[in-house]
Design a protein around this ligand. Structure first.
Ligand code: NAD
Length: 397
């Protein structure tokens, strides 16, 4: 355990993650992977019975499997420090993120919130103000930023190895919504295609936000304007299942973000290509342990995730757990977000002031920017791709 002066594990309370759900379980595995946290409580479902029934999946005792998130926050906040939950992880559908995160902050807990951070931009801005006024750590699980070679690339780019960055092509391509799974009430499809639960965008809220965030995180380029076209190709679907956005960056660079849920046979194909004046690089999350760096006239360089290799920089190395050749992937990258947030929580618990904008983990500013991205993409698409500002004052600088 590496919780330093805290000298105990951090205690987790999970909201969401009930039986049959997806990402809640990933949160609990990621949080506990490095033995720095333990899961002690949860409100796993909006249905009290289902919440109780889900508790054994997490070894959470019956008396801490709560009927609602309000009950969890109420009871847990009255327990003495050290016994009560330290942080609340939010893994519900999008429309519930704000209520849970706001109440958790107001009750004095740290918060790890899934993306998109809220239902709309107004909620995101309000949440950011609450975070500012609190001592709490707030992380958003844009988990792809936790991959070792993403961190490696980020350090290489920020230190100038690729020269000035001029182009960013990010794609997140899936095929699982090629048919209207929502018509059969498939759990994950049903809420993602419902504007009342998903928000103003479907595919663009769900996965383009990840692709956009990845480009911002890896390059540090600041956005200026955006133009977007969104489509709902499946007849009867209320929200987009495909789209492309073009981003004009403040340095004159251009970015594209393409996201699809209707591409036959495609799974979670998040990829990014970045062109700088001195070199280019390419990375794909379905093969996350390799990255290609290219320079004209030179052999292509294949970076492998190898914590012992001299070519790995400090950020890349620090994000690795296993020796090279043993694949690390989704859980480990997710755990790297948790680890960085835990470091910050321990600083707060030790009475220190923490960095809140340029953090290793995606924070509330990234969450606000994600919601701004969704809002501006939907508005631009409604205006036939018209250019709209993308320089929100909250952007990570
Ligand atoms: P899901 O439908 O599989 O699970 C949602 C869970 O939340 C269910 O157990 C449901 O019962 C529970 N829930 C709903 N309302 C609740 C409430 N009021 N109180 C307590 N629990 C409640 O959805 P999912 O695919 O796991 O997605 C959940 C969230 O995670 C979404 O915001 C999604 O965008 C995000 N997500 C992120 C990633 C990632 O890679 N970071 C991947 C998948 C999903």
């Amino acid at each position: 355990m590496t919780n330093g002066p805290l000298n105990r594990k951090l205690k987790m309370g999970l909201v969401g993650g009930g039986q049959g759900s997806f990402i809640g379980k990933v949160h609990s595995i990621a949080a506990c992977l490095d033995n720095r946290a333990t899961m002690v409580a949860g409100a796993f479902s909006s249905n009290a019975e289902r919440s109780r029934a889900s508790a054994p999946d997490y070894d959470v005792p019956e008396d801490r499997a709560y009927a609602s998130f309000q009950a969890m926050l109420d009871v847990e906040s009255k327990k003495p420090k050290g016994e009560r939950v330290d942080f609340v992880s939010v893994a519900t559908p999008n429309h519930m993120h704000f209520d849970v995160a706001k109440a958790a902050l107001q009750a004095g807990f740290h918060v790890i919130c899934d993306k998109p951070m809220t239902f709309d931009l107004a909620q995101a801005e309000e949440l950011a103000k609450l975070v500012d006024a609190s001592k709490s750590v707030f992380a958003v699980t844009h988990n792809y930023t936790g991959y070792p070679l993403v961190r490696q690339a980020r350090e290489m780019i920020l230190s100038g190895e690729l020269g000035e960055i001029q182009a960013v092509r990010a794609c997140y391509i899936q095929g699982w919504l090629r048919t209207r799974l929502e018509a059969d009430n498939q759990k994950q499809a049903a809420w993602r295609t419902d504007p009342k639960q998903s928000g103003a965008a479907g595919c663009f809220g769900d996965i383009a936000t990840h692709a956009y965030n990845l480009g911002r995180y890896m390059t540090g380029l600041l956005p200026a304007e955006i133009s977007c076209h969104l489509k709902a190709f499946e007849p009867g679907r209320k929200l987009d299942d495909y789209g492309t956005a073009i981003v004009r960056y403040q340095n004159g660079g251009l970015g594209t973000v393409t996201a699809s849920q209707i591409s036959h046979g495609r799974e979670n194909d998040l990829s990014i290509e970045i062109d700088g004046t001195k070199g280019s690089l390419a990375w794909r999350q379905e093969e996350p342990n390799v990255m290609v760096v290219r320079q004209n006239g030179q052999p292509h360089r294949l970076y492998t995730r190898d914590p012992n290799a001299p070519f790995m920089n400090a950020s890349g190395r620090a994000a690795c757990r296993l020796p090279s050749g043993h694949p690390e992937a989704f859980f480990e990258a997710f755990a790297n977000i948790y680890c960085a947030a835990f470091d910050a929580m321990i600083e707060v618990e030790s009475g220190k002031n923490i960095e809140r904008t340029n953090t290793v983990y995606p924070n509330v500013h990234d969450g606000v920017e994600g919601m701004y991205f969704i809002q501006q993409c939907v508005a631009s698409s409604s205006a036939n791709g018209g250019w709209l500002p993308m320089n929100h004052p909250r952007c990570r600088k």
